[in-house]
Write a protein that binds this ligand. Structure first.
Ligand code: AHR
Length: 493
């Protein structure tokens, strides 16, 4: 029996809802086909946005959506994507498959999508190949409420009122696809560009600097030292690869055995070490914790599905991805004093997606279900949870068998999310609530007898949550039996 304790006597600050952020890049079939089909499409749509995808995404309460990239952002010139669609510039998406980009989905379309999803926009600006002026004008175009050339142009293009722009990223991966810069050089560019990202009228922009790639602690050190005072957030990108290596063969999304299951989950847990070490550096320059760590790209990255364009990053999503999502979200909750936003890559048809589409069909992935189950934690107060996890041993290696986090919402309901990483062993847990009056427990469970189970267009509900019957209250304590390879979210009232 594993002893767990949730300290219900004191709360530890809000779990920002922005941790449940998403990311939509002009990449493969994410924006085009996945979200935007155009008004003339036979696929049922609202103003050109697919109805099925809108409906599915609304249900998981997406708090923030990042766009237009990714690597695409540092090649994107926003003026190409405004005005009558038939007159918009056509270009090559050099980064992602060399396909034509017709710019039919631009600033107006993105901001309208955010309105339809009731989500907040997070726009990534172009530092790699764009000018300071271009960035300044984009923010003016979107947010200035007065007489100015950019506001006039916006009005000519059909939008009278300015939009709210809460989040703006000053470049993306400027250590790589965004210009191959050294941190010293980018820190100066960040200071320069961000100066012109203005707050017009009542709009307040939360400015996010390009942060490190994975374990590049030097990048964090330099950015915090040189520019912390001018930023609100610093990004971090870390993807889970089964092998941990960016080799040509990353491994299949669906064809894997226990070795890959274990190594993938081990690599997922590495996120905690990254957050701890980057936070330590941030603490040195920002002891009050004002600057948020913004994990604006995370998730699994496998080989693309056989027969699909390698530049489109289209992959399937199995029970293993459900565990990856649950583990990462638990980590973000447990470090929510520094992690203020996270954006899984990406929302539709790319990498660890929420939904996959094929023609007029759509399916929900296991990752979608985890986001749906976990959404109860959005903006809830974090509760400290302590336990000693048994080891999950595999060959000569071991990792913790359990991942967990807890919160209490505004209505006083306690929520506990637990993942059992072990592919074969059940976990029996007894959880104290520190005297809280827990009387009733309900919950949902996501698991399957096959580790590589996934949803297909022919069988879209193969992996789906079911009510969890393995938990009960006993003398004020919670007793639960977690099946192997499972994700569970409980509500205690
Ligand atoms: O999400 C796919 C790509 O991964 C993004 O464009 C880039 O920022 C990262 O390398």
């Amino acid at each position: 029996m594993i002893n767990m304790q949730i300290d219900t006597k004191q709360t530890k600050g809000i779990i920002s809802r922005y941790i449940y952020g998403q990311f939509a890049e002009h990449l493969g079939r994410c924006v085009y086909e996945g979200i935007w089909v155009g008004e003339e499409s036979p696929i049922p749509n609202t103003e050109g946005y697919r109805n099925d995808v809108l409906e599915a995404l609304r249900k998981i309460n997406i708090p923030v959506l990042r766009w237009p990239g990714g690597c695409f952002a540092d090649e994107y010139h926003w003026m190409d994507g405004i005005g009558p669609r038939s007159q918009r510039a056509r270009m090559i998406n050099t980064h992602w498959g060399g396909v034509e980009e017709n710019n039919h989905f631009g600033t107006h379309e993105f901001l309208r999508l955010c309105e339809l999803l009731e989500t907040e926009p997070y726009i990534s600006g172009n530092v790699g190949s764009g000018t300071v002026r271009e960035m300044q004008q984009w923010v003016e175009y979107m947010t200035f409420d007065g007489e100015s050339p950019m506001a006039a142009m916006r009005k000519e293009n059909g939008r009278e009122q300015p939009w709210k722009l809460p989040f703006f990223g000053v470049g993306n991966e400027n250590w790589g696809c965004g210009g191959n810069m050294r941190p010293e050089y980018y820190a100066d560019l960040y200071r320069h560009y961000s100066t012109y990202v203005r707050n017009y009228g009542g709009n307040r922009v939360y400015k996010i600097a390009c942060g490190p790639n994975t374990a590049d602690y030097h990048w964090t050190e330099v950015l915090m030292r040189e520019a912390a005072g001018l930023m609100d957030g610093l990004s971090l990108h870390y993807y889970t690869l089964p092998t941990g290596n960016w080799s040509d063969s990353k491994g299949s999304a669906t064809e894997f055995g226990i070795d890959d299951w274990f190594s993938t989950l081990k690599n997922t847990l590495y996120m905690e070490e990254l957050i701890v070490k980057h936070s330590r550096i941030m603490d040195k320059y920002d002891p009050e914790g004002r600057v948020g760590l913004i994990v604006d790209e995370w998730g699994s990255w496998y080989d693309v599905e056989p027969g699909t364009n390698p530049g489109f990053l289209y992959q399937q999503n199995t029970l293993r991805d459900a565990l990856i999502a649950g583990i990462n979200l638990n980590i973000f909750h447990n470090y929510s004093q520094r992690v203020k936003m996270a954006n899984i890559a990406q929302v539709v048809n790319v990498l660890q997606a929420m939904v996959l589409t094929e023609g007029d069909r759509m399916l929900l992935t296991p990752t979608y279900h985890v986001f749906d189950m976990f959404k109860v934690h959005q903006d809830a107060e974090r509760l400290e949870i302590s336990f000693e996890s048994p080891d999950y041993k595999h060959g000569a290696e071991k990792i913790p068998q359990l991942s967990a986090s807890a919160s209490v919402d505004a209505g006083g309901v306690i929520h506990l999310s637990v993942c059992n990483l072990h592919h074969a062993e059940t976990a029996s847990i007894r959880c104290g609530l520190n005297g809280a009056e827990g009387k009733q427990v309900t919950g949902s469970l996501l698991t399957h007898s096959s580790l590589n189970a996934h949803n297909t267009f022919g069988n879209p509900d193969e992996v789906a949550p079911v009510p969890f019957t393995g938990a009960r209250m006993e003398a004020g304590e919670l007793v639960l039996e977690l099946p192997p390879a499972s994700v569970v979210v409980l509500s205690i009232v």
